[in-house]
Design a protein around this ligand. Structure first.
Ligand SMILES: [Fe+2]
Ligand SMILES: [Fe+2]
Length: 298
């Protein structure tokens, strides 16, 4: 992969940026259950700062993501990946496969992909959440194996947004949408675009990435609450900014609380204390077998 496709030193760079953008509320030792709303003015000011302070690599990543994530691109990627005909492997095996993703992250301070998954799921488990919630935490980023298929970073990670309708101004670096061909399409820039009021997110095409891919893989096996967590965990404009409510239906609004409950475990559980993979493996093998067959389609 060349640097045009991979401006980020590691996928973590995008996640670190999200953490700067949505800092952990002060004084919270465990994931907060609720986020405090800030007024629109303050938010706008913060936005400008995030954009101004972003590393050049992160800025370039967003430029590529916002330029190339078109409606048509998403259709093409769904045709390419939704048939799940690439591989057949177990969930733990997929986690080990993802762990072979070698990037330029700092081996002394950065956690491996498997360690991030385990930190997330272990925190969920320690909080006494249901087992399907722990399972969702463990698999939530397995869609990043798209990188191992040679997909560029901008088509794997990044906060997601609906395509085929107007972009919300709560999306960071929205100015980069100017170079997206969809911004020249009047239908795609309409408030509802190709959708209808309250049509439900299931009928809305999100920008393509690891969230949609893992949702497709896990769809037959996990309860709806978990599937919402997987599919929309990077949809920050919805779960943190309350945007796009005109596209949601009653089920989405009901499920939003689960997507929100998941987010702090994803965003704020990174510590340098590495989980012990071999010690945890038996618990996860058991948990995985409760929900998934020994091999699933990817
Ligand atoms: Fe993710
Ligand atoms: Fe994650």
């Amino acid at each position: 992969m060349n640097t045009t496709d991979a401006p980020l030193k590691s996928l973590d760079e995008w996640e670190d940026f999200m953490k700067e953008r949505y800092p952990e509320p002060a004084g919270e030792t465990s994931p907060p259950k609720k986020f405090k709303a800030t007024d629109a003015e303050k938010k706008k000011e913060q936005f400008r700062n995030y954009e101004a302070d972003a590393r050049p690599s992160v800025r370039e990543f967003y430029r590529l993501n916002h330029t190339y994530q078109t409606y048509e691109f998403g259709q093409e990627k769904r045709r390419e990946f939704a048939s799940l005909s690439r591989r057949e492997m177990g969930v733990w095996e997929a986690a080990e496969f993802l762990n072979t993703l070698v990037d330029d992250s700092d081996p002394d301070t950065d956690l491996s992909q498997l360690q991030h998954l385990l930190q997330t799921s272990e925190h969920i488990r320690r909080d006494g959440q249901p087992r399907w919630f722990v399972a969702a935490g463990f698999i939530h980023d397995l869609g990043k194996i798209l990188c191992l298929y040679g997909e560029p970073q901008w088509a794997v990670v990044g906060d997601t947004f609906p395509v085929g309708c107007a972009y919300s101004d709560t999306i960071v670096f929205s100015k980069f949408f100017e170079s997206n061909p969809d911004s020249q399409n009047a239908v795609y820039q309409d408030r509802l675009g190709v959708y209808s009021e309250g049509c439900g997110l299931d009928n809305v095409q999100m920008s393509w990435g690891h969230d949609e891919y893992i949702y497709q893989v896990a769809k037959p096996y996990l309860p709806m609450e978990a599937l919402y967590m997987l599919r929309y965990h990077s949809f920050y404009p919805w779960h943190r900014e309350n945007a796009y409510s005109h596209l949601t239906n009653a089920q989405d609004r009901e499920m939003l609380k689960w997507v929100r409950a998941f987010n702090p475990y994803d965003l704020y559980t990174k510590s340098h204390e590495a989980p012990n993979v071999s010690e945890l493996k038996p618990y996860y093998e058991d948990l995985i077998s409760e929900f998934f067959p020994s091999k699933i389609k990817w």
